[in-house]
Unconditional design. Structure first.
Length: 144
């Protein structure tokens, strides 16, 4: 499994909103500038997040996006599955349903199951709040 730019940028976008909103909407233009990502690509990603109810759009001159929930209510897994689809390392175990005629004689199925469990165990136990905390700690440790 390889996470695409869409998944990586979705995480960065959500972190940016969580860090910079301070009870006011954050514009895509501001996020694009801070993150070094094109506005057009961020607009595609924010549309997915908005449709899924992860963010809320606020119109107007001072408009932008805010999180619908607290950062602690989003997991990395939720965001990545929304933007990437399945996180299974191989197609034959997607959704924990083995979809292979060879499963009875497959020597590697246990490897794929364990890898899938490990991936889910990580991404489902790290919240957006954790990422925000790590981001803030990195800023505090930065020295010139």
């Amino acid at each position: 499994m390889k996470v695409s730019t869409k998944g990586r940028y979705a995480l960065r976008l959500m972190i940016d909103i969580a860090v910079n909103s301070n009870d006011k909407p954050v514009s895509i233009k501001e996020i694009a500038r801070r993150q070094g990502i094109s506005e057009k690509y961020l607009e595609q990603i924010i549309s997915i997040l908005n449709s899924a109810g992860f963010v809320r759009s606020i119109r107007g001159a001072q408009g932008g996006y805010v999180l619908r929930k607290e950062p602690s209510e989003y997991t990395v897994g939720m965001i990545l599955r929304l933007t990437e689809g399945s996180l299974a390392p191989v197609a034959c175990i997607e959704d924990n349903v083995v979809q292979c005629d060879r499963v009875e004689n497959c020597a590697t199925i246990e490897v794929w199951r364990r890898l899938n469990d490990a991936i889910n165990g990580v991404v489902d136990n790290i919240t957006l709040a954790d990422l925000v905390e790590w981001q803030n700690n990195n800023k505090e440790n930065y020295t010139i």
